[in-house]
Design a protein around this ligand. Sequence first.
Ligand SMILES: NC(=O)c1ccc[n+]([C@@H]2O[C@H](COP(=O)([O-])OP(=O)(O)OC[C@H]3O[C@@H](n4cnc5c(N)ncnc54)[C@H](OP(=O)(O)O)[C@@H]3O)[C@@H](O)[C@H]2O)c1
Length: 318
Amino acid sequence: MRAYHRDEDGAAQPLEDSTVLIVGAAGFLGQEITRAFARRGSKVRGLIRDPARAEIVRSAGGEPVVGNVLDIESLTKHAQGCAAIVHVAANPSEVPDPRDLAREVRVRGAGNIIEAARANRVRRVIIGSGYWVYADQPGIITEQSRVDPQGESRDNYDAERAGLEANAPPELEVLVGRPGMVYGDGAWFRPVLEGIRKGTYRVIDGGTNHWSFVSLPDTASAFCTIAEKGTAGEVYNIVDGNPRPWAEFAHFVAETVGAPGPGSMSFEEAVATYGRVVATHLRANRATSAGKLRALGWKPAYARFQEGVAPLLANVRR
Ligand SMILES: NC(=O)c1ccc[n+]([C@@H]2O[C@H](COP(=O)([O-])OP(=O)(O)OC[C@H]3O[C@@H](n4cnc5c(N)ncnc54)[C@H](OP(=O)(O)O)[C@@H]3O)[C@@H](O)[C@H]2O)c1
């Protein structure tokens, strides 16, 4: 097993002796990534902007630290003594129109994290991205497949680039994780579930396009695997390896909660509902492989959403 941290003399340190900084630690992915690293024995610092969110990080097993990914001083301070930094800060809650800020948080944030890592001789930086960077395409998508990042995924892609361009092993090793549709109690899944329960949820054009899924805990364990065993400069898809048509997923969730199956809407209706960029993402075919991640030894606890959704629904907040 490849340890990701080396001490001053270059000797490998076991994972459990390392400190990891999670930036965006109170978010949907950040909370679970905090929990996963803490469970593996890392000391986890969870960077949050709002001290009121400290308990979220604490209950996930991390030590909350207050800062901002756009504030290099706070990052540099909290990166001290860390073996790795994970960037999953995104979607700032400011209104109105946080769009430019959202891009700043992803892209300039990645650059700031790199700077803080260099200043502290942090060995590994893992940039969280997403599989929406890939173009809509037939066949199985690998890390070599064509990308066409649009909207939010443009920011994710540019954050990847900001990180990967700084990759300079062995001093600084930068890696990227691209999760698929992460199902868990939050993010996109919660409104989908609510719509399904109310009988208002609709797929686009029959929902025959393939999505790739992964449970929230499996996503988090993938970030640990990438941090621990990934190769510097590489990108890793994070999906369960069981791509299925979007409608099949929605029907399965509906059946599990005893709701009617989802309806369907035209693409133009979807554009009016979600905007063109998101509607286009939702309708895309992205049957994706995580073969490269699996080759590192990562194995999802839930190999198919049919296994992972039921336990999630048993615990989901209403
Ligand atoms: N959810 C998914 O299914 C999924 C799938 C694939 C990829 N992704 C990608 O993963 C990333 C994270 O997604 P998510 O769903 O976890 O988002 P999220 O739940 O919105 O969490 C993002 C966190 O980042 C924090 N943040 C915002 N601005 C910050 C700043 N300036 N400094 C420090 N922290 C800041 C937010 O805190 P505040 O509340 O204080 O704003 C929030 O806690 C995104 O790039 C997303 O595209 C998500």
